[in-house]
Ligand binder design. Structure first.
Ligand SMILES: C[S@@+](CC[C@H](N)C(=O)[O-])C[C@H]1O[C@@H](n2cnc3c(N)ncnc32)[C@H](O)[C@@H]1O
Length: 282
């Protein structure tokens, strides 16, 4: 990727490892991250099931612990041994979350150093980097990827997953990047189809690494332009419903872009594309 790595702020910490990052607005909502949770359960459930102690992290869960509680429930439905650690950089938000601890769910004060023992199988950071500078993204990604469980060729494991992205207040429009220990893998666009006028409506929810790159000459801009064209060409399918129109448009798009998923995910109002195809130029 081409965004510039920058020094990250370190906050004083009572523990031994410095807390890395900056306190930002704590906006959250119940069920806001359902699309991301379901995608993680679908694509990463097998990795979580295979592990003896699958530890996952909801990094920057915000002013209330809803997203961490929901992540636990959704992941346990596919991998019953999953544990979730909610990590927040704002100490008062950790204190407010503690009463919601339960079997499989704890809350910890910390930042991008990810204060959990061992190497987690999942770090989910939703609506966290949006409030940082674009120049900081590369360093944060590198740091978080280095904390993930490594790949293990002996078992066929690809290792842990970092899922970093942005959505609107109630989770109707969502875009995220998935990264493995080796770096960025894919970009996923997910939307409530009933409220979509055109695919480029999702542009305002692009993750920090891409949102400033939605300009002519950049791959993500070309992708959304082609997606809008495919959507327009698929207009006759609207009489069968927005889902059929989306599936048709994505099928056309896949002729020119490296789409990595298929109709099972497209039916959910999703499409996933290889990162390299959308990575910023220059
Ligand atoms: C907008 S809220 C997002 C809440 C929730 N993830 C969601 O999507 O609804 C962002 C939260 O991330 C926290 N945060 C920012 N940088 C962080 C870091 N380096 N480590 C942990 N939390 C961080 C902020 O304090 C804030 O509470």
């Amino acid at each position: 990727m081409t965004v510039r790595a920058a020094a990250l702020p370190r906050l004083p910490s009572s523990g031994r490892t410095p807390v890395v990052g900056t306190v930002t607005r704590g906006t959250t909502n119940p069920n806001r991250l359902r699309r991301m949770d379901r995608w993680i359960a679908a694509v990463h459930g097998a990795e979580l099931r295979r592990a003896e102690h699958p530890v996952t992290v909801d990094l920057g869960y915000g002013a209330a612990p809803w997203t961490a509680v929901e992540l636990l429930h959704r992941l346990r439905s596919v991998a019953p041994r999953t544990h979730v650690v909610g990590v927040e950089i704002e100490p008062a938000r950790v204190a407010a979350a503690r009463p919601y601890e339960r079997e499989g769910l704890v809350f910890r004060h910390g930042g991008f150093e990810v204060p959990v023992p061992g190497r987690p199988l999942l770090v989910r950071a939703a609506n966290v980097l949006r409030q940082y500078d674009e120049a900081e993204v590369a360093a944060v990604w590198q740091r978080l990827c280095a904390r993930l469980a490594p790949a293990d060729p002996a078992t066929g494991s690809r290792g842990g997953l970092l899922v970093e992205g942005t959505c609107d207040e109630i989770g109707r429009r969502h875009v995220w990047v998935a990264l493995g220990p080796e770096g960025p893998r894919t970009v996923t666009f997910a939307t409530r189809l009933g409220s979509l006028e055109r695919p480029s409506d999702l542009a305002e929810r692009l993750p920090k690494a891409l949102i400033h790159r939605n300009v002519p000459g950049e791959p993500v801009h070309a992708f959304l332009r082609d997606f809008d064209r495919a959507w327009a060409a698929a207009a006759p399918y609207a009489s069968y419903g927005a889902r059929q129109r989306w599936i048709r448009a994505v099928r056309d798009l896949a002729a020119h872009w490296p789409v990595t998923d298929g109709p099972v995910r497209w039916r959910q109002g999703e499409v996933t594309v290889r990162w390299e195809a959308l990575a910023p130029r220059g």
